[in-house]
Write a protein that binds this ligand. Structure first.
Ligand code: FES
Length: 127
């Protein structure tokens, strides 16, 4: 199995999705007493992608995008209190981006998808 590394050149542009995916706080759309949305499990595996240097990417943090692992704007209606993680790299590289949306190292897979709560979960219906 190929080892996963977090590149030092990752430049996070928005950290809200990162904090949310890591179990932290997120913006709430309906007041402080409502529970924040939890990301949907888009896949039970990571996506291998070739990332270009200097390109701005938006990793889907809500799990509702039809363009996994990237954002297609679906969070605006499906999970308005979750936002994509925007990032860019200084160097091009191949990476495994999280598809389960529960990684503690977004946007990268950290192996969380192997946990029972992911493997036994039902996936969203894809068109
Ligand atoms: S796909 Fe989410 S941690 Fe691996």
């Amino acid at each position: 199995m190929r080892a996963l590394q977090r590149p030092a050149a990752l430049v996070p542009l928005v950290s809200r999705a990162c904090a949310r995916a890591a179990g932290g706080r997120a913006r709430s759309s309906s007041g402080p007493s409502s529970a924040p949305s939890r990301p949907a499990i888009a896949a039970k595996h990571p996506y291998q992608v070739d990332l270009k240097a200097g390109t701005r990417y938006a990793w889907c943090a809500c799990g509702h995008s039809k363009k996994q692992p990237f954002c297609d704007g679906a969070h605006k209606t499906a999970a308005p209190d979750l936002s994509p993680l925007r990032f860019q790299l200084d160097e091009a590289k191949s990476a495994w981006l999280c598809g389960c949306k529960h990684t503690k190292s977004p946007p990268y897979c950290d192996g969380t998808h192997m946990e029972e709560f992911i493997q036994k979960a039902e996936l969203l219906e894809q068109p």
